[in-house]
Design a protein. Structure first.
Length: 276
């Protein structure tokens, strides 16, 4: 453990506080596994509720393009979709730099790609449902809002969103592609870009055309907008790299749970090679 290996007394004291008295005893593992199950049970509805309530901020407004009941499941699916893509981006970099090919193997990456593909399909269905609801509502303002998204001044943002979030993940149906590390990394970046375009489309295209033609305008970002955008990305990577520098990027508990299965796979793999 890092706490036990630390030489600097200040570092040792900090790691001691952060370890919460962990000693690796059987009783500690038992309590850890029990609490992990409880926290997993609490975290799942928490994730659903957080993204649902965030989507309500849009849905409770009267602006065409925001006033829609599809937002809660759409935001939850989008959060899982973009979350897996972001983890995949960081995972592949960490796997290569820290030489963790034995711990994070192709099977893990393939399973994540399948989740990205499925949630991307759900997000695609949500996009199409939005268009259908707008058409079926018979409300001309709602119909215009979505027609304007696809064919108006910001058509490039809408079709970039559709290409990145709906069409590109469908390439994952090919096993050869979803087990290719370079392709996986490129798709994870594409999905991250697509989710940024989704937020841009939801916010900008909905409010740049209002009920009154006198309030119609085009959005042009200021240097403050661009600075905040780049700054938040930089701030995230600073925190991530500091964490990777100070703490193990793979939790000890997760290693313990995969040791048995990975050991059996290793013996089976080498046993098969030995018989040939």
């Amino acid at each position: 453990m890092i706490r036990d290996r630390a030489i600097n007394p200040v570092q040792k004291h900090i790691y001691k506080i952060l370890s919460f008295g962990w000693g690796g005893k059987a009783k500690h593992w038992q309590r850890f596994e029990e609490v992990s199950l409880v926290l997993a049970g609490l975290a799942t509805p928490l994730v659903l509720s957080v993204h649902t309530i965030v989507s309500f901020d849009f849905a409770t407004s009267v602006i065409p393009g925001w006033h829609t009941t599809i937002f809660p499941p759409y935001f939850v699916a989008g959060a899982i979709f973009s979350g897996f893509a972001m983890v995949q981006t960081l995972l592949l970099i960490v796997r290569k730099i820290f030489k963790m090919e034995d711990y994070i193997n192709i099977e893990h990456i393939e399973m994540m790609n399948i989740v990205i593909m499925l949630t991307g399909s759900i997000v695609g269905v949500a996009y199409i449902t939005e268009l259908f609801v707008a058409w079926y509502s018979g409300v001309e303002y709602e119909q215009y809002a979505f027609l304007n998204r696809a064919t108006g001044p910001y058509w490039w943002a809408y079709w970039s969103m559709m290409t990145c979030n709906v069409f590109s993940p469908q390439l994952m149906w090919s096993k050869k592609l979803r087990t290719n590390l370079v392709f996986t990394f490129v798709i994870s970046i594409v999905v991250n870009i697509g989710m940024w375009f989704e937020r841009f489309v939801i916010i900008v295209t909905s409010i740049h055309r209002d009920y009154l033609p006198s309030s119609w305008s085009m959005f042009s970002p200021t240097f403050v907008d661009i600075g905040i955008f780049i700054g938040t990305i930089g701030f995230f990577f600073v925190l991530f790299l500091l964490y990777a520098r100070s703490f193990p990027v793979i939790a000890q508990a997760e290693l313990k749970t995969i040791l048995k299965s990975s050991g059996e796979n290793f013996k089976k793999h080498h046993g098969d090679h030995g018989t040939h």
